[in-house]
Design a protein around this ligand. Sequence first.
Ligand code: GLU
Length: 510
Amino acid sequence: MSPVRVRFAPSPTGPLHIGGVRTALYNYLFAKQNSGEIILRIEDTDQKRFVKGAEKYLIESLNWCGINFDESIVDGGDFGPYRQSERKKLYKPYAEQLVKSGFAYYAFDTPIQLNLMREKMKKAGVLAPQYNHITRGTMQNSLVLSKDEVQAKIDKGEPYVIRIKLPRNEEVKLHDIIRGWVIVNTNNMDDKVIFKSDGMPTYHLANVVDDYLMKISHVIRGEEWLPSAPLHILLYKYLGWEKYIPKFAHLPLILRPDGNGKLSKRDGDRLGFPVFPVEWKNPESGDVSSGYRESGYLPEAFINMLAFLGWNPGDQKELLSMDELCENFTLERVGKSGAKFDFDKTRWFNQQYLRAKSNKELAKELQIILKANEIEAEDAFVERVCEQLKERATFVNDMWIEGKYYFKAPLAYDEKTIQKKWKPDTPILLEELKNRIMEISDFNAKNIELVFKSYLQEKDLSMGRLLPVFRVALTGVGMGPSLFEISTLIGKKATIKRIETALEKINLWD
Ligand code: GLU
């Protein structure tokens, strides 16, 4: 068996959509699973669709995801260059070879002539007119014109393209690992342009030539390329490379959460969640589309979620690290039907990964947010805050939003709690409680709780009578982790000070 070599071959026409990331991921997992190699090839033959910054964005996104390449535009490799525009010179001889062997032809038709043909065919009742075995005989191409006429046109510098010459009524069969046998009749295909008048190959020719030259063993790509696969098979045959046709696997679409159609780039933030791995700023309009990275997702969670969009390991396990995914991944377990994107599940994955992180790791992330908010705190303190908050958080940022009170005294008090729980005798009770707290010498959660509970007992009060107002005084909010733990962390001095401030500020009966 020849070694496994796969490629991810994006076109730099804009930001990489999560569907594209999943294609890269499946290629990566398949390569690792089979001790093979993965290549990053940039398919930039369509200069009209080139978008500035798209390539840089791509590299940054894949890096963030932890999808690393053995050969690429960054690291090079034995089969480079890996950017098709830099391979430009290489494709023409193959197009010429096809012309010489009778599998392709020059076509000089102008846009006007092409339009005329389409109009004529439409009038004759053809719904989708094509340049094919029926129409090509009426056009300006080297099948119709004499050798001299063709040469004269070329000498005059008339623009021309090279088209593949498809046979009439022939079945093209291809086996897809995910879909099984796919059979298409050439009568339903057209004579696609394989070489353009600007001197560049089209996607089809460049893709096949490069897959061959780069010794690609498996082509794993999105379902939208399935209709092109029969043409690619024919190109392999006509170029004399039949023995080297790679194995194909066309991945199912990623659908919108309601199952209504493909999740597209344009869905952007419209559906309430990002469709890009990393934030994208449109270089022309300046519009910003949100990314998973900037929204606080951990790359491990994002990758785990993506892996499960169209694949599962066949058991109940849902949390798999990149290494475990590499071990378990098989193309045979990729489904045929579209995979619905589930945003709640995406959040769930992040929550699981966040919980699994050590307090130290989380504290490092939280410190970044704290610094941005001009808060200085000791690492050990932040670690303990993380310990208390991580079970309640989906993102690191949630710990900051929910736990601001660990770092600064509240500026406002939850009105609902006050309206419901702040009674005329509350100030007296809190004042007394404060005095008891002041007497605690060994200030820890256990002792604070003991003092608090014995005070309740003494006054014959329920928890619900005093705990919520104590909480609101210390934190400003109505809910949170154990209040005794919070009090311990902020310390005795701050606990007392915060009760005093609350007593000053919350005065409902003046
Ligand atoms: N350049 C194509 C794309 O942008 C690659 C298709 C393929 O993998 O063959 O998706």
